[in-house]
Design a protein. Structure first.
Length: 221
């Protein structure tokens, strides 16, 4: 009981440091998921409906990014952007790297969802005079969304876990803050377990949000 009480005392002392790290982790993850998902939708559309040159270019982009370790993307976003004269701080470079990684996966998810829809759906929409924009908005997108939503939730959770890699470029996210605390009190097991619990809460919240959207978009039976 004494060890647990000592942990609680140290946790109370470090509460603002942990909350700061958690806030940065959530902020980076949220920005990367939103930006990566938005760009990923465009990537998916290009893969399905783009002209051949565009489709080949986007296919090369997705294959290269998906085949590159996230850590390499993080280092490249930070150091290559600096060499190119772009004034990106660690936070912005981290968001950029994770958004690029997220977009390649979301693009493949969107592509799979759109291509899984029977061709008859598009043909029926054309038969009643709908434009491509109307067909996509009212016929294809709602059906594709229901199919790729579970995979998108998994990708969003991966972005939260990948944010731990940003400590290598000096982003003071939750893991780095936890390591700083451990260097002062040497309670490795307790604080790593607590950090893992916080990551679980964030990812569980994403999973619950995904379930909520699934219920809202489900076809009534």
């Amino acid at each position: 009981m004494t060890d647990f009480q000592a942990f609680l005392d140290q946790l109370w002392i470090a509460r603002y440091v942990i909350l700061n790290g958690l806030g940065i982790t959530v902020s980076i993850s949220l920005l990367a998921i939103l930006a990566g998902s938005a760009f990923g939708v465009l990537v998916g559309l290009a893969l399905v409906y783009g002209a051949t040159p565009l489709r080949l270019l986007v296919r090369a982009y997705t294959d290269i990014v998906r085949g590159t370790p996230v850590l390499v993307l993080v280092l490249a976003s930070y150091y290559v952007s600096a060499a190119a004269g772009l004034d990106l701080g660690p936070f912005s470079a981290g968001v950029l790297a994770l958004a690029i990684f997220c977009s390649s996966h979301v693009g493949e998810i969107v592509r799979g969802g759109l291509q899984a829809i029977p061709i008859g759906q598009s043909e029926a929409a054309k038969a009643i005079g709908l434009t491509f924009t109307q067909t996509f908005s009212y016929v294809l997108w709602p059906q594709a969304l229901r199919q790729f939503l579970p995979a998108w939730v998994n990708t969003a959770a991966e972005m939260v876990k990948a944010s731990t890699l940003l400590s290598v470029i000096g982003v003071a996210e939750l893991l780095l803050r936890t390591q700083e605390i451990i260097s002062r009190n040497f309670m490795s097991l307790q604080f790593y377990f607590f950090a893992g619990l916080l990551y679980f809460v964030v990812n569980f919240s994403i999973e619950r949000f995904g379930k909520y959207v699934e219920r809202k978009t489900a076809v009534p039976t």
